[in-house]
Design a protein. Structure first.
Ligand code: KG4
Ligand code: ZN
Length: 361
């Protein structure tokens, strides 16, 4: 069976990543290498990603990361069928580093370039890991994005819901920052919450039961700040209880919003079992994952959470999206633009508010 080999480059946020992925003519995927260099240490001091530091770090690291990805895969540039890179949405300095490098490689080797939408990379990962068919429902919860998308086919995405202010990962990060738990905040909040009482602080559940499956997290973050101020000075137990209460509120909201979207999606599927795919760094959260598992079960749906390494930003998802495009003959010219904003669903109205990446989606 003929396979295509694609190199994928990801530099849109704080991971410098490259990978080589193979795709069979039947649409099966195989990861040959997946190198991810996190810049967390470079940004931790600032409590969040600093765009200029990120772009410079990508410049310094990218050549080595690409070399390592090719070496791990045991392939040479000449063996590749295409070179794919994230062209947006994301921090524009970083996107330019990756996309320009991909263009140079494509030009030098004469291989086609695929300019990949980062969100499409997340959206298609479950086809790489689990070989699922279209259509499916995607819940994308990361530091920069929070949205629910109906994935109909390559390039065919319909956004059902989105955050009207902060992204969910961003809400975790901001909560962690105000409780002095460090960056990135999600894992720290989850760890603290293990010892906390989720019922102690009565935090709001924004947009619960609203008729559209949208999200809002900035009011929740403010409520955490107010409770923290009222209870200060905070004991370790207070911090644990705040984290547990915050996580419980978030889990309620996610289950409610995803449940609404999943019921709508299922209604269009006839007798077929609907599939819900979760992607993005927040998918690592065990409380949220457990709630989604329960939700899927209660609605007779299948839940797919790709391995964490593939839920967070990585090059394999970009290589795979590139391979899916290539299979349809969808390649890009060397004039493909880098885009700070690039909604997956071009038909949807932009919303008020924005995620950490400045991606108004
Ligand atoms: O997908 P990702 O690696 O990067 C992008 O934002 O694109 O997601 C990172 C986000 C951060 O906001 C981080 O705090 C959050 O995912 N995160 C978590 C957990 N692990 C990572 N949030 C909640 N619980 C976790 N265990
Ligand atoms: Zn991402």
């Amino acid at each position: 069976m003929a396979e295509t080999l694609v190199l994928g480059i990801e530099t849109s946020c704080d991971e410098t990543a490259a990978a080589v992925v193979a795709r069979s003519s039947e649409g099966r995927g195989r990861i040959l290498s997946n190198v991810v260099l996190s810049q967390i240490d470079a940004h931790a001091l600032f409590g969040g990603v600093v765009p200029e530091i990120a772009a410079r770090a990508h410049v310094e690291a990218l050549d080595d990361v690409i070399r390592a990805a090719l070496a791990d895969a045991g392939v040479a540039l000449a063996d590749l069928d295409a070179i794919a890179a994230t062209a947006g949405p994301g921090l524009i300095g970083g996107v330019l580093v990756g996309l320009t490098t991909a263009k140079a490689l494509a030009y030098a080797t004469g291989k086609p370039l695929v300019a990949v939408n980062h969100l499409e990379g997340h959206a298609l990962t479950a086809r790489l890991t689990d070989a699922i068919d279209f259509p499916y429902l995607l819940l994308l919860v990361s530091g920069g994005h929070t949205q629910i998308v109906r994935v109909e086919g390559i390039g065919r995405y319909t956004r059902l819901g989105t955050t009207i202010d902060d992204a969910l990962g961003e809400a975790f990060d901001k909560t962690a920052k105000l409780l002095a738990l460090g960056y990135p905040g999600g894992p720290a909040v989850e760890r603290m919450a293990l010892d906390g009482n989720p019922a102690r602080f009565p935090l709001p559940r924004p947009l619960l039961h609203r008729p559209e499956p949208d999200f809002s997290f900035s009011g929740l973050k403010t409520a955490v700040r107010q409770e923290a101020q009222a209870a200060s000075p905070l004991s370790p137990q207070d911090v644990a209880d705040l984290c547990a209460s915050f996580q419980a509120a978030v889990a309620d909201v996610i289950a409610d919003r995803a449940g609404l979207a999943l019921r709508r999606f299922a209604a269009t599927m006839g007798d077929k079992i609907p599939t819900l795919v979760v992607a993005g760094g927040v998918a690592a959260n065990k409380t949220i994952a457990a709630r989604l598992e329960t939700l899927a079960k209660s609605l007779g749906a299948r839940l797919i959470v790709p391995p964490l390494k593939l839920c967070t930003d990585n090059g394999a998802m970009i290589a795979w999206a590139g391979a899916e495009h290539l299979a349809l003959g969808l390649v890009d010219g060397l004039d493909a633009p880098a885009r700070a904003r690039w909604p997956l669903d071009g038909e949807s109205e932009p919303v008020v508010g924005r995620g950490r990446l400045g991606a108004k989606v």
